[in-house]
Design a binder for this molecule. Structure first.
Ligand SMILES: [Ca+2]
Length: 357
């Protein structure tokens, strides 16, 4: 009877509850209407039968979020691309990040300078860190379970996960880990803000913006990790939760503290430059791929992988969107988790200009 509209029940997230407005955030130079965050609810749903306009093609396993995709409503989409989609494999809501040029870096540490313009193609990003419950479906056992109490902290971020495990989870879910440029674009957008919500730091007034180490017991509501959709006042310009604080997040890139001196300006490289090579750590099978390597922000080789966003153990200044850190890929820490992205084919008329240079 509902041949074209099946619902996936039992998702971690879903249905959608639009919270109060007033988040003071929007897309592309802040020209859009205020974005209300997707909030956690009882059940999630993917709209399998939603009609997508020509040129908007989601990979199999990814569908508009049920009830949140009306082409007549400009707040629901960007040129036809749904603002929110469901990833069926790991029951994750993902948010659209449009192609944009943004200023990457520019913070206070030496590995964040100089700031320079970076072009990112459009993509979807998980709206929250991967949870214990989500990760347990991929890996029912493992060291990460040390911090997982089923039924108690299902919706807390999976941590004690290595870069390799995070990378493999992303592949299992049909996604990739974000490059540093993608992560930073999703966290700050194009207006050079310092934190996902803007430039203000936590204070007695704004104490519930994120889960950082404040030196004051439960000042922000949690001493350890918080549920992944906490701090709706601190969402990024694209409606993404906890890009600052809670747990650090593994990125795809090797970490190179001097990389910002390179004149890289596009990440990932457009399809023409990329050819048939996949993204991620297998992007550069040999140092001979010089032309591709130069088009990408991240270095081709390295020893440690980049992590971003700070955690409940760092002061707010280390949770800046441009702050960088790194660890060996095999490292496990109780304050490091991850989220994934879904790469999309370049938009015609937008990214093709980069490809033809
Ligand atoms: Ca985080």
């Amino acid at each position: 009877m509902f041949e074209n509209r099946f619902r996936v029940a039992g998702a971690v997230l879903a249905g959608v509850l639009l919270l109060a407005a007033g988040m003071g955030c929007c897309m592309d130079g802040q020209s859009r209407a205020t974005i209300a965050p997707v909030a956690e609810a009882a059940a999630g749903a993917a709209d399998y039968g939603a009609p997508l306009p020509a040129g908007v093609n989601l990979p199999q396993g990814f569908y508009p979020l049920s009830g949140q995709y009306d082409l007549e409503n400009p707040d629901d989409h960007y040129d036809g691309w749904p603002r929110y989609i469901m990833s069926v494999s790991d029951e994750m809501v993902m948010a659209y990040v449009p192609a944009q040029t943004f200023m990457m870096g520019g913070g206070t540490d030496l590995d964040e300078v100089p700031a320079r313009e970076v072009r990112v193609s459009h993509f979807y990003v998980d709206i929250h860190e991967v949870t214990n419950r989500q990760f347990s479906r991929y890996s029912p056992t493992g060291p990460y379970t040390r911090y997982y109490l089923p039924g108690v902290n299902d919706h807390h971020p999976a941590r004690n996960v290595t870069w390799v495990e995070a990378h493999d989870y992303a592949a299992w879910a049909g996604k990739t880990l974000p490059t540093e440029a993608q992560w930073e674009a999703a966290a700050r957008g194009s207006d050079r803000r310092i934190y996902p919500w803007g430039n203000e730091e936590q204070s007695d007034v704004t104490r519930y913006l994120c889960n950082a180490s404040t030196g004051r017991e439960s000042f922000d509501g949690y001493q350890g990790p918080a549920p992944v959709m906490s701090y709706s006042a601190g969402i990024s310009p694209f409606g993404v939760f906890n890009m600052a604080g809670n747990v650090w997040e593994w990125c795809a890139d090797w970490y190179d503290p001097g990389r910002y001196a390179y004149p890289s300006e596009e990440d990932p490289p457009s399809a023409l430059e990329r050819g048939a090579l996949p993204f991620g750590d297998r992007n550069y099978p040999s140092p001979g791929h010089k032309d591709i390597r130069e088009a990408r922000v991240g270095p081709p080789i390295g020893v440690e992988r980049a992590i971003r966003g700070g955690s409940f153990m760092e002061p707010i200044q280390q949770c800046r969107v441009d702050a960088r850190a790194s660890l060996p890929p095999a490292a496990r820490r109780n304050n490091i988790g991850f989220r994934c992205v879904l790469m999309l084919p370049p938009e015609q008329g937008k990214d093709t200009a980069m490809a033809s240079r």
